[in-house]
Design a protein around this ligand. Structure first.
Ligand code: NI
Length: 169
């Protein structure tokens, strides 16, 4: 099932998500639906709050279907190591049409559980490191625009307000 993507302005995007404690078939189905919804929206990462579900679940595939082995399910993820620095443009499916330069760590290790509840660690570089940070931020109610200057952030928010008024958001 493809879920519609929740857009900026919905409070679900700015509150911390709940820890997942039950690893059952419903969870596995939700994870599959999240991949399907992410691909349908042409994204490389999606967090559950972005489909209106306030649970600590994210899916990532920075290869966008190129490599089936690159599909990552992050349940209750925690960033345990950050190294180096990278500067690059970042966007978010919940803030469509906007992109901003964001400085992030270059290498990131995440510790998370898979769909069966099994703990694992995964280290990513560059885009994958960025995705780990972006998606785990979502699960604490933080959006990438919190990492840009207040000036730029206000400008984006003003533009979105106009789009909302025009019925285009
Ligand atoms: Ni996002």
């Amino acid at each position: 099932m493809i879920y519609p993507i929740v857009k900026f302005g919905d409070p679900v995007l700015e509150k911390p998500s709940a820890t997942v404690t039950t690893f059952d078939d419903d969870l596995k189905r939700l994870v599959e639906d999240m991949f399907e919804s992410m691909y349908a929206a042409h994204g490389v990462g999606l967090a559950a709050p972005q489909i209106g579900i306030s649970k600590r679940i994210a899916v990532v595939d920075v290869t966008f279907k190129e490599d089936a082995g690159a599909k990552l399910v992050l349940i209750n993820p925690e960033i345990i190591l950050k190294e180096g620095r990278q500067r690059g443009t970042e966007g978010c499916l919940s803030i469509p049409e906007f992109r901003e330069e964001v400085t992030r760590a270059k290498t990131v290790t995440v510790r998370a559980q898979d769909s069966n509840g099994k703990f694992f660690e995964h280290t990513g570089e560059d885009l994958l490191a960025r995705a780990f940070l972006h998606e785990t931020d979502h699960l604490i109610g933080k959006l990438y625009i919190s990492h840009v200057s207040a000036l730029k952030r206000d400008l984006i928010k003003r533009k979105i307000k106009k789009l909302v008024k025009a019925g285009e958001w």
